[in-house]
Design a protein around this ligand. Structure first.
Ligand SMILES: [Fe+2]
Ligand SMILES: [Fe+2]
Length: 183
């Protein structure tokens, strides 16, 4: 397994979360009662799985290693990728604030607006990493650098998410997929 395989697996989980979020937003739009617990689960996934775990693996390990190796595609792409992580955090902050406060119609429209912007942003971002960054990392980073990076990823998971929590997130996604994602 390569470090980018681990990151791509996480991208798949993120994309599933975004499809669930889209289903929740469609329910809000059509005036259906919202299950706040489900929204809280999704916000926790955005904060812990996406930001603390996935973005830390990229920001603290993959990006610096590629910059250090002087890979020109990476040097060109990384500033915009970091900027997109920041924009994503800002959307999550607003969604979190709306979910934790009084759920009036203003809060619901804040959730829908920011969820849709966040989704658009992340889909483009993930596509950019999958297509342009990861193949170059596979080809250009030394095998021992890639091996060490996988070990660092395991540490990030243990520190930022904790044992068992990763599987719990995947279980939660599978449950919510049945409710919100139309086959
Ligand atoms: Fe990223
Ligand atoms: Fe990523």
């Amino acid at each position: 397994m390569k470090p980018t395989d681990d990151l791509k697996e996480e991208h798949d989980a993120v994309k599933l979360m975004l499809r669930i979020l889209d289903g929740i937003c469609m329910d809000i739009d059509s005036g259906k009662k919202v299950d706040y617990g489900h929204l809280e689960n999704i916000v926790e996934f955005m904060k812990v799985f996406v930001d603390k775990c996935h973005h830390t693996k990229e920001e603290a390990h993959l990006f610096p290693a590629m910059e250090k190796a002087g890979i020109s595609v990476a040097v060109k792409l990384i500033p915009s990728l970091l900027q997109e992580h920041e924009e994503g955090r800002e959307h999550v902050r607003k969604i979190n604030e709306a979910v934790s406060g009084k759920m009036d119609s203003e809060a619901l429209s804040t959730i829908v607006r920011n969820s849709r912007d966040y989704t658009q942003l992340l889909i483009r971002h993930i596509d950019k990493e999958d297509r342009y960054l990861f193949p170059v990392a596979d080809a250009r980073l030394k095998p021992e650098t890639q091996e060490n990076m996988l070990e660092s990823f395991e540490l990030v998971e243990a520190e930022k998410i904790g044992t068992g929590k990763h599987e719990e997130f995947h279980r939660m996604l599978r449950e919510l997929e049945k409710i919100y994602v139309k086959p």
